[in-house]
Design a protein around this ligand. Sequence first.
Ligand code: HEC
Ligand code: HEC
Ligand code: HEC
Ligand code: HEC
Length: 207
Amino acid sequence: MTSTSFIKIMSCVLIFLVMSCKGEKEEYHNLIDKIEAKSIEYKRNSIQEQNLFEPDALVLIDENNIQFHIQSRKEKIQSFKCSECHTKPVSQLQTEGLGKKAHWDITLKHADKKTMSCLSCHINNDMDNLQSITGESIDLNYSYQLCNQCHNNEVKDWVGGAHGKNLSGWQGSRISKLCTECHDPHDPSIKKRWPSRYNSIMVSERK
Ligand code: HEC
Ligand code: HEC
Ligand code: HEC
Ligand code: HEC
């Protein structure tokens, strides 16, 4: 080994030592220390951390000691508030009608006709709320309570997080989809559909 290459090697080692010393400026005893030092204070179980969701638009569900949220539903219901038109009983509205059906787009395909009519779930003198079989008022944001009368198992599964869909991440409060975000209460079966296809014609037209 020549003396010049020896000097070269030694100077490389020296530079390496100096650099590694500089790297060790922030010294931690172990990985846990380092994680703790570098972590940001994080508030658990606050809704705000789910910044995809407006905290004001979340509704707390509290069933069987399980708490989670849904997104407020009323604002998303097109013909809400119902009381803008439903100032009188339906029978009176019908006779005053213009011969056109107000809710022509709604056909009931849920259970059989003897079990279910519009007024099994809606109240004539308080259309802005739903009603239970026993005549109790149910807020539209809590419509799962309506479903619960006949689909208790699905609601139990939903409360436990096993039916439906979780919209939030794994940390913090759970935010779930409400039944009516997936099932149309007037026609609740999930429709069969074809898988969506890659549209090669549209792609070639864009070129
Ligand atoms: C733009 C006016 C308007 C709004 C808004 C409206 N309705 Fe109606 N609805 C009517 C009229 C008019 C009738 C009666 C005539 C008819 O059946 O076509 C009626 C009838 C009904 C009936 C009885 C239907 C039947 O065949 O027996 C139900 C139930 C009903 N409405 C529920 C609702 C609910 C629930 C909302 C709100 C989510 C709502 N409506 C909002 C105008 C309205
Ligand atoms: C099984 C219970 C049930 C029955 C029966 C039922 N509804 Fe509803 N209806 C609901 C629920 C729950 C909602 C709220 C849906 C949501 O959260 O989007 C609703 C919503 C509506 C709305 C508002 C829809 C919109 O998007 O604007 C109208 C109008 C309405 N119902 C009319 C009727 C009429 C008319 C009938 C009879 C033909 C009827 N409903 C029968 C449960 C029911
Ligand atoms: C008064 C009782 C009653 C209420 C309230 C009720 N259902 Fe139903 N539902 C039935 C009956 C009866 C059937 C038909 C029997 C069956 O297929 O299990 C049914 C069927 C269904 C089905 C299966 C449809 C299919 O063919 O696959 C779904 C999904 C459903 N309901 C969802 C709901 C939702 C969501 C609500 C609340 C908005 C609700 N139901 C409220 C009685 C009810
Ligand atoms: C994220 C969407 C989603 C939500 C939210 C949801 N469901 Fe379902 N539900 C489904 C799907 C998908 C099926 C399976 C449909 C099928 O097999 O054809 C189903 C099936 C059902 C059935 C039929 C079960 C059977 O054995 O045939 C009922 C009843 C039902 N759901 C009620 C509810 C009720 C009540 C809620 C609210 C507490 C709810 N679902 C919330 C997607 C949803």
